[in-house]
Ligand binder design. Structure first.
Ligand code: HGY
Ligand code: MN
Ligand code: MN
Length: 416
């Protein structure tokens, strides 16, 4: 006897409307989103999403690092099956990175409640603070605190790129909650997310069955030289911090190419001080983002770049200092959840392929607490962290329906 709930579908027009409504919060003229963590725009987005959660009758809890967990009302304290992601964005981000995971999860819970779907345990929606790490490093900060990987006080004391601390900004926007951290482990966690890469679209596949997340190393390099007059200082007497930093950028690219495979390296921020046309830079400050699916290769990239930079610093008689901003080893998701995502997608006649995530996600932190998996949908031209980020409605709906049925299966299964 087929299960009538197998035909259950989300209400895509409602999901589409909510994605558009949230997309207007911190909206940009180019159609992108600018909702850096703990800014007024983030507060406005949080207010909108928690309003929808409360309208649905969910129990909304906010923890000490500002994570929001909205739980289906339930007769006992059974651990919920949680789905979620983040709504903070990079400075000039798109409308789907994170937002799809939060609103897709809310849509799945709404559908389950509207249709009175019988479950053994409740569903919950998680909205994690500061996933992007663009304003306050590290990224995935809220879910890392939730999972017990970063002490709360250390996170609250983190000073961002504009000088404010996480604790100050959480209080300022009114999301310094009272629920203790670390959080209680869910029964399972599933995150729906855009791929943010080119593979699914290139292969014409609708659902990415995510097997894990690659390792991430974020560092800040400060090179100190000697500011001096651009006109009077002979080349042989210079200690030009800018030249050392510029060579470091090229070295990062060359070493990533030499290691090859999945190795990627990015210098996303590069600042010279005093940054004036006629002053030799006395200081250069850059960020280095290194990632690889293999921990040993990632370590190799870190050590090769550090020794290359030491040579450059010595040759210019400068000084240098490294600061680690984030460091996460590669994560493999729970094979049982990965298989469930794959079967659920195939049962709904979607094309699937297994894939590793190049981007960091809250799911990689939640996998420290409970069986975890992710569902990817295609990104048009593989573009993300860019206002041009796009995913077709049919793929958004497919991903949200696979999420819905994955959550129902997890919420119905006998206690493992
Ligand atoms: O950096 C990342 O991979 C994520 O977008 N925070
Ligand atoms: Mn994301
Ligand atoms: Mn992102």
């Amino acid at each position: 006897m087929p299960d009538p709930d197998d035909q259950l579908e989300i209400d895509f027009p409602r999901l589409r409307d909510r994605l558009d409504a949230l997309g207007r919060v911190g909206g940009r003229p180019d159609g992108g989103n600018s909702r850096l963590a703990l800014t007024d725009a983030d507060r406005e987005g949080r207010d909108l999403v928690t309003m929808w959660m409360r309208d649905l009758g969910l129990e909304v809890g906010i923890d000490r690092i500002g994570n929001i967990v909205a739980r289906q009302r339930w007769p006992d304290s059974a651990a919920p099956v949680m789905a979620g992601s983040h709504i903070d964005t990079v400075q000039a981000g798109g409308r789907y990175d994170g937002n799809l995971g939060v609103l897709g999860a809310l849509e799945a819970v709404t559908t389950v409640i509207e249709h009175g779907v019988e479950l053994r345990r409740p569903l919950a929606v998680g909205v994690f603070t500061n996933e992007e790490g663009a304003r306050f490093a590290p990224d995935m900060m809220g879910s890392l605190v939730y999972a017990g990987g970063l002490p709360l006080e250390e996170a609250l004391g983190t000073r961002g790129i504009d000088g404010a601390t996480v604790g100050e900004e959480l209080a300022r926007i009114g999301y310094s909650g009272s629920v203790p951290c670390p959080g209680t482990p869910p029964y399972a966690f599933v995150e729906l997310h855009i791929e943010q890469g080119p593979i699914l679209e290139h292969e014409g596949v609708t659902i990415g069955v995510v097997e894990g997340v690659q390792g991430i190393s974020w560092q800040e390099l400060t090179v100190t030289g000697q500011p001096n007059h651009a006109g009077t200082t002979p080349m042989r007497l210079r200690h030009d911090a800018g030249v050392v930093a510029a060579h470091a950028v090229v070295a990062a690219r060359e070493i990533a190419r030499e290691i090859g495979g999945d190795q990627v390296a990015t210098v996303g921020s590069f600042k010279l001080d005093p940054g004036l046309v006629n002053v030799i830079p006395g200081e250069a400050r850059l960020t280095l983002d290194l990632r690889h699916t293999d921990e040993e290769r990632l370590k190799e990239a870190e050590s090769r770049i550090r020794s290359r930079v030491s040579e450059l610093v010595e040759s210019e008689a400068c000084m240098s200092e490294w600061r680690q901003l984030a460091r996460f080893e590669p994560v493999a998701f729970d094979p049982r959840v990965v298989d469930l995502v794959e079967h659920t997608a195939r049962d709904r006649n979607h094309t699937t392929r297994r894939i590793s995530s190049g981007a960091g996600h809250d799911a990689q932190m939640m996998s420290r607490l409970c069986p975890t998996g992710m569902i990817f949908v295609p990104s048009h031209r593989g573009i993300s962290h860019n206002p041009a980020e796009h995913t077709d409605d049919s793929d958004l709906a497919a991903g949200a329906n696979v999420l819905l049925h994955t959550l129902v299966a997890l919420a119905r299964e006998e206690e493992i």
